[in-house]
Design a protein around this ligand. Structure first.
Ligand code: G6P
Length: 473
């Protein structure tokens, strides 16, 4: 495959290789907000995407899918366990999400993280033309910017961090806190979701590396060992968004509207449908949401037969202990609530441990009167924006945790602190009872925001900053 002007590097490719029990294999869209946001950006440019195909020991030649050139990186079984499940998702993920689950620190995991980051950096270096641009994504690849700079001084390097960056009090726990900051500072521009994330990062750089920081620019000194000259790295917020048009189109599609009506019917035509859509992850506050909902039913503040909660919990990181325990807990709670409140013809919670195609998601968003986003910590939360983009008649209520990046932008949502169960219950009742006129007033403002700040605007802002950085270097 020819080298590309523009290369994206992310842990996952936009498609996952799925191997069926009979040995046959096919491709499926990868989970999570990162792929949802980046795929449309990449479809619009002639670039290449370096990433892992989602299965251990799969060695594939580069190929094209959905008009994007894909360059697969192979991970061994042990690397999946130590780099992906271990350091990425059992060290960095919990640490950066306010230690909701205790992070594990293991030196072998760090070694695997370093080895795999180097492999991604080498793949990116081989894929990009002279003086081209590489955009590195997310916490799994925090060492890639510096490693790539050492390999290719001619290349402009961007990095976007899709998850929160923690305050120094938490970040300081990381035994490799200096190395990770140095890894990130190989980039010319570092993007974060919220201004607070960028500030936390810059504070960590000041405190841990003692580099000079002026406003949002870090002066990274020359490295005598590797011969990499000094450069400036800019760190600031670029809140990510969604590709709004597919949701608008699906919402206008009579077949999707019919499907939404069918979903309501199949639930026994309740007055109110509440909806939660999350990867099954402890950061999403699913337990808090279920607790509040169960208490509202127990106390008869909401009428069992008139309300249904649909909870889509898509499988995620299923071999990591914290996720195994979370699933057990959620499923126990769901069946307790259903056992107490179901009737033969009506279910309190329709729990779906599956991922769904976008068409079905759009029908669910159309059917839902109230959307519940109760994350305890969330970089952005794109599900909130997908719900808004789908609400074509400007009805519906978004209940949104203050601890999401989206809360910075979506001020007309009903903002909640999910730790405050009484407050969450009151807000859920307020959402269920909200008069239509108020729903419309809020949803119109939310739709304006989301349609104006879509994913194209996000990538354009980042690429403009990267071009400016290149000029300045
Ligand atoms: C979040 C992360 C992504 C990640 C996605 C899915 O959105 O920011 O980097 O890809 O979750 O998680 P997974 O571990 O399945 O890739």
């Amino acid at each position: 495959m020819d080298q590309a002007e523009f290369v994206v590097v992310a842990n996952r490719l936009p498609v996952d290789r799925i191997i069926e029990p009979d040995g046959s294999s096919h491709w499926r869209t990868s989970p999570g907000g990162l792929v949802a946001a980046l795929e449309p950006v990449m479809q619009a440019v002639d670039g290449a995407w370096v990433g892992w195909p989602g299965q251990a020991d799969v060695a594939l030649d580069p190929f094209v899918a959905d008009d994007i050139r894909l360059i697969p990186v192979t991970l061994s079984e042990q690397e999946v366990a130590e780099y992906y499940e271990g350091f990425s998702n059992d060290t960095i993920w919990p640490l950066y999400h306010d230690v909701i689950s205790p992070p594990q620190f293991h030196r072998e995991w760090w070694d695997a993280f370093t080895t795999v980051n180097r492999r991604f950096a080498e793949a990116a270096a081989a894929a990009v033309v002279p003086n081209g641009t590489v955009w590195v994504h997310d916490y799994q690849l925090q060492l890639v910017p510096q490693m790539l700079r050492e390999l290719r001084l001619d290349v402009t390097i961007g990095y976007f961090h899709h998850i929160p960056f923690p305050a120094d009090g938490l970040y300081a726990q990381l035994p490799w806190r200096k190395q990770v900051l140095q890894g990130l500072l190989g980039a010319d521009v570092l993007g974060f979701q919220r201004p607070t994330d960028a500030t936390n990062f810059l504070n960590a750089v000041r405190r841990r590396l003692r580099y000079e920081v002026k406003s949002s620019t870090v002066s990274v000194p020359a490295d005598e060992e590797t011969g990499v000259p000094a450069h400036a790295a800019v760190a600031r917020a670029f809140p990510i968004s969604i590709d709004t048009e597919p949701y608008r189109t699906l919402a206008d599609d009579p077949a999707i509207q019919a499907r939404a009506a069918e979903i309501r019917q199949s639930l026994g035509d309740p007055t109110t449908i509440l909806l939660g859509v999350d990867r099954l992850d402890y950061t999403k506050g699913i337990r808090h949401r279920l607790k509040a909902y169960g208490e509202l039913l127990d106390q008869q503040r909401i009428e069992g037969e008139e309300v249904t909660l649909i909870q889509v919990a898509s499988p995620s990181r299923e071999r990591v202990d914290a996720y195994v325990h979370l699933r057990d807990e959620i499923e126990l709670t769901v069946s307790r609530i259903n056992g107490d409140h179901d009737t033969v013809s009506h279910s309190a919670i329709r729990y779906l441990h599956q991922g769904f195609p976008r068409e079905e998601m759009a029908a669910l968003y159309l059917a839902a009167d109230v959307m519940l986003v109760t994350s305890l910590r969330d970089g952005m939360n794109l599900v909130a924006k997908e719900y808004i983009a789908t609400r074509r008649d400007s009805t519906g209520v978004l209940v949104l945790s203050e601890f999401t990046g989206a809360a910075d932008e979506l001020k007309q949502a009903l903002l909640v602190n999910p730790h405050d169960i009484e407050g969450l219950k009151d807000t859920m009742v307020q959402a269920i009872e909200m008069p239509r006129a108020e729903q419309t007033k809020r949803m119109r403002a939310l739709r304006k925001r989301v349609f104006e700040h879509d994913v194209q605007a996000w990538s354009h802002a980042f690429m403009t900053a990267l071009a400016a950085a290149r000029e300045n270097q």
